[in-house]
Design a protein around this ligand. Structure first.
Ligand SMILES: [Fe+2]
Length: 223
């Protein structure tokens, strides 16, 4: 099993020079119906999951959703935490396909979008302050059925991600992505992120957004 480590204090990594759509990979049926329902039940149990509201600082200023982490201790509260084991091989395969080695994974996150929620365009790519580690890949798995909600579409760059329950999409963390406004219903998803050793150029740290969380901030002019 890969180590699980919380995101370190980080600076926003540079956006990619070009987008390789071959690295945006959709995989159907990544999770069973039973495990998906278990995760959603856990998420809405605020005592167990710590579900809370987040309103990230993005350009539109109105992004908002509910979020919690899938703690390794979720079984203490009576929930099966088999998700780490289940997705282990998918990460290994994806890392092989993208020619990198996983240092660790962040704890899985469950996001819930309700009526009026959205996430404006942003990217999650970042480096630790020492610039020795880099967030490499995101994995987002749909935990709702398409009929459960109206709006709330996930785009990675120009790619519209399938709304089918259980479908996962891997993509580089520094690719721009967004969730359109949810008109009604509830959309839940599971998010995983991998880290690798950073070998790129030194990043200029004088920019104001470098001190902010990468996933919370959209660089001026970037949409
Ligand atoms: Fe994101």
């Amino acid at each position: 099993m890969y180590p699980i480590k919380r995101k370190p204090k980080a600076i926003l990594s540079p956006t990619p020079e070009h987008i390789d759509y071959n690295t945006i990979i959709e995989i159907p049926n990544m999770i069973s119906r039973e495990m998906g329902e278990n995760l959603k039940k856990y998420a809405v149990d605020e005592i167990a999951s710590g579900l809370h509201r987040r309103t990230p600082n993005t350009k539109d200023g109105v992004s908002g959703f509910y979020t919690c982490h899938v703690h390794e201790t979720m079984n203490v509260h009576g929930y099966d935490n088999g998700i780490y084991e289940l997705l282990q091989d998918a990460w290994t395969l994806n890392a092989q396909q993208n020619n990198y080695e996983i240092l660790y994974l962040e704890p899985y996150e469950i996001k819930m979008y309700k009526e009026g929620d959205c996430f404006d365009v942003h990217h999650d790519g970042c480096l630790n302050f020492e610039e020795t580690e880099e967030r490499k890949m995101n994995l987002i798995i749909q935990l709702a059925d398409s009929d459960d909600y109206v709006g709330g579409d996930l785009y990675v760059e120009d790619h519209h991600v399938s709304r089918t329950f259980g479908t996962g999409v891997f993509f580089p963390s520094n690719y721009m992505h967004r969730v359109t406004r949810l008109e009604s219903g509830i959309r839940s998803c599971l998010i995983g992120r991998s880290w690798k050793t950073y070998t790129g150029p030194v990043v200029e740290k004088s920019r104001p957004w470098d001190l902010l969380r990468g996933e919370d901030y959209l660089k001026p002019g970037e949409r």
